[in-house]
Write a protein that binds this ligand. Structure first.
Ligand code: ASP
Length: 441
């Protein structure tokens, strides 16, 4: 039994009165859900614009003295009006939005104006469910250098919220320098949820949205893949690295540090337990060898051949420095005796390819450099998997059976994943083969 849950409802959970009603029911269905973090309204359909984006645009239009800012301000007001009407509450929208308009006239920074998106939404939500509203500016503090003041935030948030049995809190921002507001990076309401879960030492931090279900493989490639029910923080971070952006890495890290589990849930399936993220897979949870198969296409594979590589010090470092200077991260490094390969993904590499290759030639005088441009990386993710006997035989048998050539293989030092490189054209076939071999069997 949980006593205290911090539940965060994302933009699409508060995009319409309908979804807000679903969220309210979910909250009321478990008395442990006591502190609710709210985003600004997200998209109602694919073509729609998020309120946060509209607020950014409106602020920019006003700053550039574009008259159209007025239309944008009206569109923002209409979004909230539709919600207030749909909820059937008597909410003084004009008074609340006047703060936003004033912030433009007074020339306040974009962060302040944009933060009004979550501020107003949390006030509406609080009124609808009849719980107190607590402003994030009184809970979350940034230092003047723009970094989070973690000590002050954890202390003050715990102190302030201890006075409330329940509260609705706007996500995505905190206060800086006394009177100003600073936003987290985009999608940052999750960070608010994680920080408050830490401050309150919550049993769980929940993330509710309309879209999130974490599958053990891409459902556009594998038919009806299984939903991942249990995953560790580390595995989820690997998955995020492989492009499955369910939750920001910083959020996972914040909660992993104090071992507060995360539940990822979908407001359209409130009875579905979703995905449970924790430090260890619970002992009674059925688990296949791997948690999931995830991959990305279009990596660049740079092979460098250099005689004497094994005897000369600092060659790799010189090459890394060239990429570092250009702010391109080297995603993987594979070393041989006379050769090594670097895997990069950054489009900057394509733009500056000739210059970069020349710099490498000048720096280390290699025998040859070749670039393969159509490499896909596919990760088989599962904690402890690397220690399972016969695991590689299983992986390679599966790939050989579908006649795919493996371009590279990399096993993480932490036994969390095995990464296979194949040609882009073989991506789907390999994902399916690995799913069948490592998840289904
Ligand atoms: N509303 C903000 C955004 O769109 C923050 C969030 O939703 O998490 O990025």
């Amino acid at each position: 039994m949980s006593n205290l849950i911090v539940s965060k409802f994302g933009g699409n959970s508060v995009a319409t009165a309908e979804s807000i009603k679903k969220a309210a029911e979910i909250i009321k269905s478990d008395p442990a859900r006591r502190y609710i973090v709210i985003s600004a309204p997200g998209r109602r359909s694919h073509e729609d614009i998020k309120v946060t984006d509209m607020l950014f645009m409106c602020h920019a239009m006003f700053s550039n003295k574009e008259k159209s800012y007025d239309d944008m301000a009206k569109k923002i007001a209409d979004r909230y009006q539709e919600i207030v009407d749909g909820l059937g509450i008597n909410f003084d929208l004009e008074a609340e939005l006047s703060d936003f308009k004033k912030s433009l006239v007074l020339g306040r920074n974009a962060d302040y104006s944009v933060s009004r998106g979550e501020y107003v939404m949390a006030k509406i939500f609080a009124q609808y469910i009849g719980w107190p509203f607590v402003d994030a500016a009184d809970l979350i503090y940034f230092k003047t250098d723009g970094t989070l003041d973690e000590d002050r935030t954890l202390k003050e948030a715990a102190e302030v919220l201890s006075k409330y049995e329940h509260a609705v809190i706007p996500g995505f921002y905190g206060s800086i320098g006394g009177i100003n507001i600073k936003l987290f990076s985009r999608g940052g309401a999750d960070i608010t949820g994680a920080i408050l879960a830490r401050a309150l030492n919550a049993d769980f931090c929940e993330k509710w949205s309309e879209a999130t279900q974490i599958f053990s493989a891409d459902p556009t490639i594998v038919e009806n893949p299984e939903i991942i029910r249990n995953i560790t923080y580390q595995e989820l971070r690997e998955l995020t690295y492989m492009g499955i952006n369910v939750i920001d890495e910083d959020v996972i890290f914040l909660l992993q540090q104090v071992k507060i589990p995360i539940r990822i849930r979908n407001i359209n399936y409130p009875d579905d337990i979703g995905t449970f993220v924790s430090d260890e897979i619970p002992g009674d949870a059925a688990r296949n060898i791997a948690a999931c198969i995830a991959g990305l296409r279009h990596y660049r594979f740079i092979h460098i051949e250099k005689f004497g590589l094994n005897k000369t010090k600092g060659i790799g470092m010189k090459v890394f420095q060239i990429f570092t200077n250009r702010n391109i991260s080297c995603e993987h490094y594979i070393s041989g005796i006379y050769n090594f390969a670097i895997v990069v993904k950054n489009p900057m590499f394509d733009l500056k390819r000739n210059e970069i290759l020349q710099e490498i030639r000048d720096a280390i005088h290699p025998e040859s450099i070749n670039v393969e441009s159509d490499l896909s990386l596919i990760a088989i993710i599962g904690k402890g998997m690397g220690t399972v006997k016969g695991i590689f035989a299983r992986v390679f048998d599966a790939i050989a059976a579908v006649d795919v050539k493996v371009r590279m293989i990399n096993q993480g030092a932490d036994d969390l994943n095995i990464i296979i490189g194949v040609h882009d054209k073989d991506f789907d076939t390999t994902v399916r083969a690995l799913y069948n071999a490592m998840i289904l069997n």
